[in-house]
Design a protein around this ligand. Structure first.
Ligand SMILES: NC(=O)c1ccc[n+]([C@@H]2O[C@H](COP(=O)([O-])OP(=O)(O)OC[C@H]3O[C@@H](n4cnc5c(N)ncnc54)[C@H](O)[C@@H]3O)[C@@H](O)[C@H]2O)c1
Ligand SMILES: N[C@@H](CCC=O)C(=O)O
Length: 541
């Protein structure tokens, strides 16, 4: 019980291929079939008990087939949120007293379950509920979540092992206490892995959590909660509340025991949370830790030395995979005319050839639908605006919401690099392209560096090493994740710790030690073995 154990050395989970005829494809197809007709009660989980929220009902549908209802959830009311907080606080003493190894074992077991018998379930739920293609579900709901769970345990061990030096006659120790109170985890629709990581990373460090997933990710969140229970998570450590979050803001943000917020979502929502905390700052027991990873307007900048095939692939995958609904998605590109002239027609043809459809019934599809009616309306308005703007050329792009919220890959070329297509986050499959004269590279580099308020991800495509060095330096603060000759999406836990600065968040790097450090409050302990017994110093004579 008192041993200091080694934790298993983490390695990234292998991404399965789901080729026709493979065992994993058969398992996934059968689970999709079962879950698509399940019509579940998507309840809250408070103190280990599943119960419905007290507010209005919300249907959770398949975005690519909006008539297909996967289940029904309910808005949590103020009483529900209070109950979740009470249950978390009641669970806190036993949870924080549990040795780290015992806590870690739960999350390591969850990773193993997800790698094995739960893989098809979480992937199927993500395909159905969030309209991810098989490939996109696999890298998210299976691999990234497994990686978060395993790597976090290893990073936590590193934190606990980091101890101060001691001097003769003195032993100094650092104790990494959990925060006093509860952590509020609020998670976005677009990644099952992020939704799973935000509550579990704080819980691993000994905290108790109130978790509010997005209603449009509620289907996969429901199964994530069941997975954690099967792995042995005690009741009350993570309490799931449902709905859009109004009652959560009202109750949790004014509660004296709010110890931290672990948020991922839009910049506007995070600013609302931060502002509310600021307004209530005198009412908390401590200063709540605010960790938020938020929006982006991620760029791909190409140099005249860029390889057009590398650029084209980075843009197709970076802008259109998961319908451009990754915070890291390429949404603005700067391309020199000499390169554009060589790639434009092929690039547009490839974008038009991407299959967009019902990802649950056609596992070969490259893209599904955007998440909901609100997102569809936003993308439709952006495309309509571009169609009517004389300075924008719509090279390809259309939308159709007759059966699902479908937006096809959209490429907008504009000679004006200050247009909103280079500034505003649409969070959909809409790519703004600015074509520049090769000789203007330096001016373009300066202009695009600060035109958007965000600084999340960015990519530079070039063969010229001097240009790579110069752009890397000039764009140092323009992206928290910077890619050279690659797409700006697809960060892997343990390889590219993820997060951005400026309006993109607090850059606490999900899936790293730096994130976990935010969920502990260190106590330095000094013990003197030979304490002084006389107050006088030598200089006093
Ligand atoms: N930087 C990153 O790592 C990262 C990762 C994923 C998504 N994102 C960003 O997330 C956004 C898309 O996700 P989204 O649409 O789910 O974001 P969102 O801000 O609309 O919602 C995020 C979460 O906040 C909740 N919420 C909204 N208003 C609330 C309130 N007043 N009180 C309490 N909770 C509230 C939502 O219900 C949801 O659970 C994009 O801007 C994207 O760039 C960022
Ligand atoms: N970590 C993911 C993005 C998560 C945001 O949505 C990536 O790197 O593509």
């Amino acid at each position: 019980m008192d041993a200091i154990s080694n934790v298993p050395a983490p390695a990234n989970e292998r991404v399965l291929g789901y080729a026709p005829g493979s065992a994993e494809r058969a398992a996934l197809e059968s689970r999709i079939k079962e879950l698509s007709g399940a019509s579940l009660d998507l309840t809250m989980t408070i103190g280990g008990e599943q119960r419905p929220g007290g507010g209005k009902p919300i249907d959770v549908v398949q975005p690519h087939n909006k008539a297909a209802v996967l289940g029904r959830t309910r808005e949590a009311g103020a009483q529900d949120v209070r109950a979740a907080i009470d249950s978390a606080l009641a669970a806190a003493p036993a949870w924080r007293a549990l040795p780290f190894d015992e806590r870690a074992a739960i999350f390591l077991k969850a990773a193993d379950l997800l790698s094995g018998p739960w893989r098809a379930t979480l992937n199927a739920a993500t395909v159905l509920g969030q309209s991810k293609s098989v490939q996109q579900a696999e890298i998210d709901a299976a691999c990234e979540l497994i990686d978060f769970l395993r790597f976090n345990v290893a990073y936590a061990r590193q934190i606990y092992a980091d101890q101060p030096i001691s001097s003769p006659g003195v032993w100094n120790r650092m104790e990494y206490r959990p925060l006093e109170g509860f952590v509020l985890a609020i998670t976005p629709f677009n990644f099952t892995a992020i939704a799973g990581n935000l509550p579990t990373s704080a819980a691993l460090m000994g905290n108790v959590v109130v978790w509010k997933p997005s209603p449009t990710q509620q289907f996969a969140a429901h199964f994530t909660m069941r997975l954690l229970e099967e792995a042995g998570l005690p009741p009350g450590v993570i309490n799931l509340v449902t709905g859009y979050g109004e009652a959560v803001s009202e109750v949790a943000l004014t509660h004296p025991d709010l110890a931290g917020i672990h948020f991922t979502g839009s910049t506007a929502t995070f600013q609302h949370l931060w502002r509310t905390v600021g307004e209530n700052i005198a009412s908390y027991r401590g200063y709540p830790r605010l960790v938020g990873e938020t929006g982006g307007k991620d760029f791909v900048l190409a140099h005249p030395s860029a390889d057009p095939a590398v650029l084209s692939t980075a843009l197709i995958r970076g802008a259109f995979e998961y319908q451009g609904q990754k915070c890291s998605a390429a949404s603005r590109a700067y391309v020199p005319r000499s390169v554009w002239d060589r790639m434009r027609d092929d690039f547009v043809a490839v974008a038009e050839s991407l299959t967009v459809g019902d990802v649950a019934s056609d596992l070969s599809a490259f893209m599904g639908a955007v998440i909901d009616e609100r997102a569809f309306a936003k993308h439709k308005a952006a495309i309509d605006r571009a169609r009517s703007a004389s300075h924008i050329d719509v090279l390809t792009g259309s939308y159709d919401d007759s059966t699902g919220y479908f937006v096809k890959p959209t490429i907008l070329e504009s000679a004006d690099p200050t247009d909103e297509i280079f500034v505003k986050e649409y969070f959909g499959p809409i790519l703004g392209v600015h074509v520049y004269d090769d000789a203007d590279f330096d001016a373009v580099l300066t202009q695009m560096e600060g035109i958007s308020p965000y600084a999340l991800t960015g990519a530079f495509i070039a063969q010229d090493r001097y240009a790579i060095a110069a752009a890397s330096e000039k764009l140092r603060f323009a992206a928290g994740n910077f890619y050279v000759n690659d797409k700006p999406t697809g960060a892997v836990v343990g390889q590219q710790p993820f997060g951005g600065a400026r309006a993109s968040g607090t850059n606490d790097k999900a899936g790293s030690m730096y994130n976990l450090v935010r969920w502990v409050s260190a106590r330095a302990v000094k013990e003197s073995f030979t304490p002084p017994t006389d107050h006088r110093y030598p200089h006093m004579g």
